[in-house]
Design a protein around this ligand. Structure first.
Ligand SMILES: N[C@@H](CCC(=O)N[C@@H](CS)C(=O)NCC(=O)O)C(=O)O
Length: 305
């Protein structure tokens, strides 16, 4: 099996989702710790501009966004599936809910009472510039509302799990479980919202489910670093991919991929594939050489030229 390399940092909820997915599949993976704000020159060497966390690398294949990463892990190691019956693909839609407004709500609730001086210099500015609509200065104003959103989510989860099922779809955990888990995990990972988190975790079925997901673990982790990861990409040949593409697009033509609501640079390359299942472009890094960069179709804008 090829080397799996996760570019991530400890406190990232989306990274925690993938770490647990690696645990579900009991995989062995290399951990590359990246900065939690810009600049990220070695990550961008591989992605071409995408700088969100996490990014997965398998040889010269670079997967941006947890949705694309989950597909890559599922293709590499299909069993146990991250999309178990009966929910199957519905897990993706639940993950979409958890990763959008609910993600922001949990981050806001978790960081509401952060004492002055705790955030690294430049962190608040980084998030304001890179996450359209996000502003730490507005936190005291919006946090009470965000807490209501977290509470509604927790109530629904509790009601779902109340019939004694182990995971949201039954006996096996899936993408939706991991995405709901990552938000609640962030509430526990941040020490600033203990009282609020305790109230959320007072729901017994939710708390027991959270314990079951946490017990999955992270698989087998090997420490690595960005230089090694770039060398792995440089030594590998990217996969030969040729379509399908959408109406009006042509394989090989130049495109730029821009993440919705992100202030990061679009990624430029030659289009290899663009369909509901995802987007792949070929680009060349100065040190990494030719790489395939993969994105999910949902949430990405394809700009011709
Ligand atoms: N839709 C993306 C969202 C990823 C995301 O927003 N990650 C956060 C960290 S949890 C991030 O990138 N923060 C800024 C950074 O790490 O520089 C995904 O599913 O991977």
């Amino acid at each position: 099996m090829p080397e799996i390399i996760l570019h991530h940092y400890e406190t990232s909820p989306f990274a925690e989702l993938i770490r647990v997915a690696l645990g579900v599949k009991q995989l062995r993976w290399r951990s590359v710790i990246i900065p939690n704000m810009m600049p990220k020159p070695q990550l961008v060497e591989l992605t071409g501009g995408y700088a969100r966390t996490p990014v997965l690398q398998i040889d010269a294949e670079i997967y941006c966004d947890t949705a694309a990463i989950m597909d890559a892990l599922e293709a590499l190691h299909p069993s146990p599936s991250l999309y178990p019956a009966p929910l199957g693909q519905l897990h993706r839609m639940i993950a979409g809910w958890a990763g959008a407004g609910q993600f922001g709500a949990h981050v806001g609730a978790a960081m509401r009472s952060i004492p002055p001086g705790v955030l690294a210099p430049g962190f608040a500015e980084d998030r304001k510039r890179r996450f359209v609509g996000f502003d730490f200065d507005q936190m005291p104003v919006v946090a009470p509302h965000l807490e209501t959103q977290v509470t509604a989510n927790a109530d629904w989860l509790e009601q779902t799990l109340n019939d004694g099922r182990a995971f949201i779809g039954g006996d096996a955990p899936g993408h939706g479980d991991l995405a709901l888990y990552m938000n609640l995990w962030f509430l526990t990972a941040m020490p600033f919202a203990k009282e609020f988190a305790d109230g959320i975790f007072a729901r017994p079925a939710l708390a027991a489910w959270f314990g079951r997901v946490r017990a999955i673990g992270h698989g087998e982790v090997i420490e690595s670093n960005a230089d090694e990861a770039i060398a792995v990409a440089a030594a590998a040949t990217p996969a030969d991919i040729s379509g399908p593409v959408e109406v009006g697009q042509t394989v090989g033509h130049p495109v730029r991929i821009k993440t919705e609501t992100s202030g990061d640079d679009p990624v430029a390359g030659a289009l290899l594939r663009c369909e509901s299942g995802g987007i792949t472009i070929r680009r060349e890094g100065a040190q990494a050489g030719p790489v395939n960069v993969h994105f999910p179709r949902i949430g990405q804008i394809v700009i011709a030229g």
